[in-house]
Design a protein around this ligand. Sequence first.
Ligand SMILES: [Zn+2]
Length: 332
Amino acid sequence: MVNYKDLGLVNTREMFAKAVEGGYAIPAFNFNNMEQLQAIIKAAATTKSPVILQVSKGARNYANATLLRYMAQGAVEYAKELGWENPQIVLHLDHGDTFEVCKSCIESGFSSVMIDGSHLPYEENIELTKKVVEYAHQFDVTVEGELGVLAGVEDEVSSDHHTYTNPEEVIDFATRTGCDSLAISIGTSHGAYKFTPEQCTIDPATGRMVPPPLAFDVLKAVEEKLPGFPIVLHGSSSVPQEEVETINKFGGALKAAIGIPEEWLREAAKSAVCKINIDSDSRLAMTAAVRQVFAEKPAEFDPRKYLGPARDNMEKLYRHKIENVLGSAGKA
Ligand SMILES: [Zn+2]
């Protein structure tokens, strides 16, 4: 058993309480390799933003569970080297789907886990979430549950349509499971293809596609039922069009990739939404930079010469999210 506290990590309890109170959100960035991790830590350390390092089951298999634990520990030490004296870094399991995977993560140094029983019937979701909470809380590990289903595809998680969270269920769910935060569905979705062009309208000023509005009424109703309770938004990449254009310009083929406008996320961050998950944007930033180097310098074969620019581009993106969208800069 590796306790996250020995790795220098923290759980989400205190940072979420401060974020709800302060009207900002903590970035939860997915990672599965060294360059992503370096970029996340550098952006968080230089802006003094609390940060959640998020790992899906697929990423854990990709990177190797043991290696990941040491990477997270290394991330804490790296943050200190960068001058962040008291780093507020969480290692979180994204979309845990069984008690066993949550338990395994807790035993290998995670400070927070998500148990996603949203695909199960309501009572079974409660039962599974409660079981994980009871285990996790023995080690002061925090737990995120989910109510409602998000559309889209992300690693092993996929659904072809969304079901908004039913605000009538949230008090019962939070009370009976004892979860520390709750992911809700208000129209965000996983992946880089969140909406079809047919679902969107065209903004006459920019000519860009605007997706259907998020269900802020659902968020508001949830907040009224559970005042001050930490709420999580998944699938909140904005799919920056300049990255999509770079990818396509240099040989990519991303068609009509559409994300969540940043103004909407800015608005959500001011509410009880205290954790915003961003994965696709970092994938896009990385791919755009790599493609550009490959296209412009076809003779290059030193991985540092294309992964280095990819890392710089991701760091720029993370910093932008922290400073201009989530409002978490200077909060740690
Ligand atoms: Zn998700």
